[in-house]
Design a protein around this ligand. Structure first.
Ligand code: 3HC
Length: 311
């Protein structure tokens, strides 16, 4: 019977059909999806911190309103993704507990500080730009709830990317000091943005299996290259340079060549030694503790009202 169920699962994946929560699936497929979707959700929630830092310091009401909308969107992305993870039989509490105790990760990119207002533009353009490059293929992921969550997320991400690009363009075309602030932010955020795509393919634990299951549709290096090819011309349009002397269009390859990534830094940040790891996780734990009374009140209210109307 197990062999028959595996055959049905394999045939569905091979035929590019969606696997839904009630379908039989290999335990390893479920576990890998829980790992990736939970860490994706954690990234969205932690990712609210660096930008929220600038909501009260935005240079105009317009920029403040845009940034508030973006940070609110990230919270929503987290909720879609925790909900998608719950369809695999895990609870949000359990996932948050794993995040708070370092047993699950969040994206390395959010362990860097947002030092000036220009960082908000650089994050929108580069970090959300990289996220789009990574998330568009996930709309074709074999697991239904994850793929469908990505469709809505990608629509909102393109607003995130465009507002960041536009903010950077305003600075780049502004005073000399503003141009220098935009260039400094791009210098600091470029290489960590390339690390968002994960380690090189030959050091990636999950890529082969994730591609066999059609969770991952392209390898880490392929999507990283795709992002560099998109961002390099955009930097020129912005009148800003990227901090890579080896970045150069290669006609034969039809891609940009780019310099070596500092993988020691990447693995160090993953180990918890990035500039902001402690700050981010401590703030996350504090927010969770401060919010306990809200969760308890909501649960009490639900118990009371469910009892009354017998829904
Ligand atoms: N930061 C932290 N951990 C990372 C990482 C990064 N940038 N890149 C890889 N890792 C981890 C992996 O999670 C894995 O560890 P684990 O086994 O404990 O989970 C290990 O490094 C080996 O990497 P692999 O390449 O084998 O792992 P994956 O196959 O999972 O590939 C990934 C990594 C490309 C990030 C993939 O998980 C993925 O596509 N995830 C969904 C997208 C996502 O999580 N994006 C987060 C960016 S933030 C964001 O999108 C928010 C937006 O609003 C800006």
């Amino acid at each position: 019977a197990q062999a028959a169920r595996e055959a049905v699962f394999d045939a569905a994946v091979a035929a590019d059909e969606r696997i839904e929560p009630r379908d039989w699936m290999p335990e390893a497929y479920r576990a890998s999806l829980v790992r990736q979707i939970a860490q994706h959700a954690h990234s969205e929630i932690i990712g609210m911190q660096p930008e929220a830092n600038w909501i009260t310091r935005a240079p105009s009401l317009r920029r403040k309103a845009i940034l508030m909308a973006k940070v609110q969107d990230e919270a929503g992305h987290g909720l879609y993704l925790y909900s998608a993870a719950e369809t695999l039989g895990v609870s949000r509490d359990e996932l948050l507990d794993k995040l708070h105790t370092g047993r699950q990760k969040y994206s390395s990119i959010f362990n860097y500080p947002t030092l000036t207002w220009a960082d908000v533009g650089a994050i929108g353009w580069l970090v959300d730009g990289a996220a789009i490059t990574n998330q568009v293929p996930l709309c074709r992921c074999s697991y239904g709830p994850y793929a469908r969550a990505m469709v809505r997320v990608c629509k909102e991400e393109s607003f995130h990317q465009r507002q960041g690009y536009e903010a950077l363009l305003a600075l780049s075309r502004g005073t000399e000091a503003q141009h220098a602030m935009a260039q400094d932010a791009v210098d600091r955020w470029w290489w960590p943005s390339l690390m968002m795509f994960g380690p090189p393919d030959d050091e990636s634990t999950h890529t082969a299996q994730a591609m066999a299951w059609k969770i991952k549709r392209h390898s880490n290096d392929e999507l990283r290259q795709r992002f560099v090819d998109i961002a390099a011309p955009q930097a020129e349009a912005l009148g800003l340079t990227l901090p890579d002397p080896d970045l150069k269009w290669n006609e034969e390859r039809g891609h940009y060549d780019f310099g070596p990534i500092d993988w020691a830094e990447f693995w160090d940040v993953l180990k918890g030694n990035g500039p902001c790891n402690d700050q981010r996780i401590n703030q996350r734990r504090r927010a969770h503790e401060d919010g306990a009374w809200v969760r308890e009140a909501a649960a009490a209210y639900a118990r009371k009202h469910t009892g009354q109307h017998g829904e």
